[in-house]
Design a protein around this ligand. Structure first.
Ligand code: HEC
Length: 146
């Protein structure tokens, strides 16, 4: 009987020390994970910096490929208002081009119903298939037109 109690005690001790071991290794892995995450955060920062400069290029490409350029020229009104006119009003009103393109805000540049309908057809047609990143790139490109 005494032996078995001793054995039990021993097992408990071994068990406890085992637990301790695990804790330290866990701590070590946690620190490793933290370090890894810091490295990752740095990489993300760099990626973001790259993305903001790269964005304009991508946006410019999309603006042509997605036919926006057919109706929007930098300086002159064609079918839609010029990019500069759009920028002017969006800056004045601190409005968000991406929001408009997502259909989350009303037209503020040309509010003539006929004109709004033309642009709305694009939003409902192909613009809704563009990703958030693509829309952000398009917006970045438009804002870069000075
Ligand atoms: C078929 C012609 C046409 C095409 C293609 C077109 N637009 Fe437009 N767009 C218009 C017209 C017309 C307006 C004026 C109505 C208005 O302001 O909503 C307009 C307005 C806008 C506005 C201003 C919205 C506001 O607040 O008044 C933005 C921003 C815009 N277009 C972006 C784009 C982008 C980005 C694309 C490509 C993905 C695009 N447009 C493609 C005709 C077009």
């Amino acid at each position: 009987m005494k032996k078995s109690i001793l054995l039990l005690g021993l097992t408990a001790l071994v068990f406890m020390s085992c637990g301790d071991d695990k804790k330290t290794t866990k701590k070590e892995t946690e620190t490793k994970v933290e370090v890894k995450e810091e490295v990752k955060a740095e990489a993300v920062k760099e990626e973001v910096a790259e993305a903001t400069t790269g964005n304009v290029e991508l946006g410019k490409k999309l603006f042509t490929e997605k036919t926006c350029a057919t109706c929007h020229q930098a300086d002159a009104k064609v079918i839609g208002p010029s990019i500069k006119d759009i920028n002017k009003i969006y800056t004045e009103k601190s409005a968000d081009i991406v929001k408009f393109l997502k259909g989350e805000s009303e037209a503020i540049v040309d509010t003539d119903p006929g004109q709004v309908a033309i642009m709305k057809a694009n939003l409902d047609g192909f613009v809704k298939n563009l990703s958030d990143d693509e829309l952000a790139a398009i917006s970045a490109y438009m804002k870069s037109v000075k």
